[in-house]
Design a protein around this ligand. Sequence first.
Ligand code: F6P
Length: 382
Amino acid sequence: MNKKIRKIGIITGGGDCSGLNAVINGITKAAVNKYGLEVVGFTRGYSGLYKNDYRPLGLRSVSGIMHEGGTILKSSNKDNLFNLPFEQPDGSVIYKDVSDEAVKNLKYLGVDALIVIGGDGTLTSARDFSRKGIPVIGVPKTIDNDLPSTDVTFGYNTSLETITDALDKIHTTAFSHDRVMVVEVMGRNSGWLALEGGLAGSADVILIPEIPYDLTSVVEKIRQRDAFGRNFSIVVVSEGAKPKDGKQHIREIIKDSADSIRLGGIGQVITDQLQELVPEHEVRHTNLAYIQRGGVTSQFDRALGLLFGVNAVDLLMSGGSGRMVQLRGRKITSVPLEEVVGSGEVGETSRGGGKTVDPEGQYVQAAKAIGICFGDSSNLDE
Ligand code: F6P
């Protein structure tokens, strides 16, 4: 046991998702019960570390939070302390490395180690703090499931449940009105949410970033269904989907965010185009947007979050640092953070989309075998 560690800090960074509170619960309870540690939670991601904004965590403060979405510590996807933007009086922006301030705060508070829960941006900073000699363990989080080095991240399963439930609801109204329903889901550069959500929710068309689409093939699929007597179709579109010879649809550039590009809006574009191409149908659009990030945490994400949390503490207390807990099969193990986010320069944030869908892989092939169209080539009958 690492006797030098008496007090640990928890950080939740990046876009939130369901399961964060389960991890906080697991970390705090294991730290207090098993190792007699003190625990503090920094507020709003790394910003709390920089501004010394934190709250003590104990058995009472984490009680009853397991099932709740979001994070009791709040989160931020803007504060890369190794490259923090400062606006100047003339409107220009300069970037500074303020990580030494954060380290000073840790020393002042007597926090000996950090457990950082986040996606690629947050974990890149975790890697950089461990390079500065702070014992750090990462916990993989994201609804996108795009982090390499773990079979799955927590938060993904709850989002899939939300997508599946929404598609079930959209199905009945699509059927009643003979409509084509276009449903946009999140995922950044990875099509996992669209693919697995679309499969579970019986989508007829799934468009993902990994397979550039041609709407001719989508129209062909819709008409095939019409000929078969199924006069409605469900088209699930990943926010990162792009046409053949075209580009992704960027919703917004967030200048002070480490990964500044926010995708989104392609669902509406496709809806308008399809309306022209299949005038015999009414084409309607739904963007599931942020409901995919919230909600009551699924059983899978509660259990995974809890296991990740407890194992992160064990790893730290057995001398581990600069590593991330990971799920491999049904076992929690760990991997160096450098293997997850790369071994780039300090402050250089890895750009998401690491773990993408294999167009030749089992999921896509199974989906094609049951007649799902990916907008790439001629369609099979259902
Ligand atoms: O990475 C999680 C995620 O929800 C993506 O699916 C989405 O593209 C992005 O975050 C949205 O970010 P923001 O919360 O900054 O709008």
